[in-house]
Design a protein around this ligand. Structure first.
Ligand SMILES: [Zn+2]
Length: 380
């Protein structure tokens, strides 16, 4: 039997919901979307889904192995208590992963992509670092040892991810009764804000009781409107640069610093820590996530309508090819997977490069466009 990755089918659904949010806001006379920001965010989401399609089978195999050979307890899948226990336990694991992803330099590099958008709407939900799943899966392994049946884990994990999608909107205001218990758009807006008072707050996935228990809870304040993005500006739409921005800075510091213990140690220091002899390099970037700021112009390069239309059409084609590719990934050969990933990611780089106003990759379109079409038809 041929395997398929149903993640691919979620993309069209998410696009419909994002369009509805956009139309709703337009109807109200609000503009909380920027064309280039939305394209960049969805590009990041596609990069994540591609890396997920390549990685997930192996990481889930580790979970299944631990459950089969080293579990401490047996839980029945048909017992409601099994679902309740592991819903709460999985949410706690998510809190743990999310908190260290913010607090440790090297791990922040694998999560920062989700926070780089200076807008906040449903497209932000798709904007994820491509390498986050490369380490986050480790945080769920204790569940396998506790005896969480793999099928229960998979269902709960998907529900957690789906639940988080609707949190990324400004359409829904505070929701009485559940604020402070469940994660809501209001509590998650705080998580994405770079106002000093909101930095590194509200890590909860479905529940925010963990934030209240562990001292990271902060409600949204009426007199403190959220300003979104990271303290260190990204200043690009390029999804590759976005994914490596923080690690690149750590790498440069690692080379530059004279103390050997700092060359390795800085990767595991709290986020924002830099060696003494690196702090003057690019003073603009010397303060990171811990400081917080609300005063900064958004990165918003302007291009002609013609370029916007070309980018829109190219992007729509790439999304269609990506949906096919991610859906069919489990049945594709290694060489096809590698080639497809490169063609799609390169296409995303080109579109975002054009949206920044560059023309340096224009000639290469004569190769990229036919190659993408050929690849799409070869998958059918
Ligand atoms: Zn986060």
């Amino acid at each position: 039997m041929t395997d398929y990755n149903i993640n691919g089918l979620a993309i069209p659904l998410f696009i419909v919901l994002m369009t509805l949010e956009y139309l709703f806001l337009r109807f109200q006379g609000n503009t909380l979307h920027r064309y280039n920001d939305s394209v960049a965010s969805i590009s990041m989401g596609l990069c994540l889904l591609i890396s997920d399609a390549l990685l997930k089978a192996y990481t889930f195999a580790a979970f299944v192995y631990l459950w089969q050979h080293h579990r401490l307890f047996d839980f029945e899948i048909q017992e409601p208590i099994t679902w309740l226990i592991f819903f709460v336990a999985l949410d706690l694991c998510y809190y743990g992963f999310h908190r260290v992803a913010h607090e440790i330099n090297v791990l922040w590099g694998a999560h920062v992509g989700h926070h780089q958008s200076e807008e906040y709407n449903l497209t932000t939900a798709l904007r994820q670092s491509a390498f986050q799943y490369g380490f986050s899966w480790v945080f769920y392994l204790p569940l396998a040892i506790l005896g969480c049946p793999p099928s229960v884990f998979l269902v709960l994990f998907i529900l957690l991810k789906v639940y988080q999608f609707w949190l990324h909107t400004q359409v829904i205001q505070r929701i009485p009764m559940i604020e402070g218990i469940f994660s809501t758009p209001s509590s998650h807006r705080v998580h994405h804000a770079k106002n000093p008072i909101y930095i590194d707050r509200n890590y909860g996935g479905t529940l925010v009781i963990w934030d209240r228990l562990f001292g990271t809870w902060q409600p949204e304040l009426i007199n403190q409107p959220c300003h979104y993005g990271t303290t260190r500006p990204l200043d690009t739409l390029n999804p590759i640069k976005a994914n490596f921005q923080h690690w690149l800075m750590l790498g440069k510091d690692s080379v530059h610093t004279s103390l050997w213990r700092n060359k390795i140690g800085l990767w595991f220091q709290p986020t924002g820590w830099r060696p003494e002899d690196c702090r003057d390099n690019g003073a603009r970037h010397s303060t990171l996530q811990k400081t917080g700021t609300t005063e900064r112009e958004k990165y918003d390069p302007q291009v002609s309508t013609r370029i916007k239309i070309y980018c829109g059409l190219s992007f729509a084609c790439i999304v269609i090819v990506s949906v096919m590719f991610i859906f069919m990934a489990p049945s594709l050969r290694g060489v096809t997977l590698a080639m497809g990933s490169m063609i799609i990611v390169y296409g995303l780089v080109v579109v975002n490069d054009f949206m920044e106003g560059h023309k340096r990759l224009a000639l290469m379109e004569l190769v990229r466009v036919p190659l993408t079409l050929w690849f799409a038809t070869s998958m059918i």
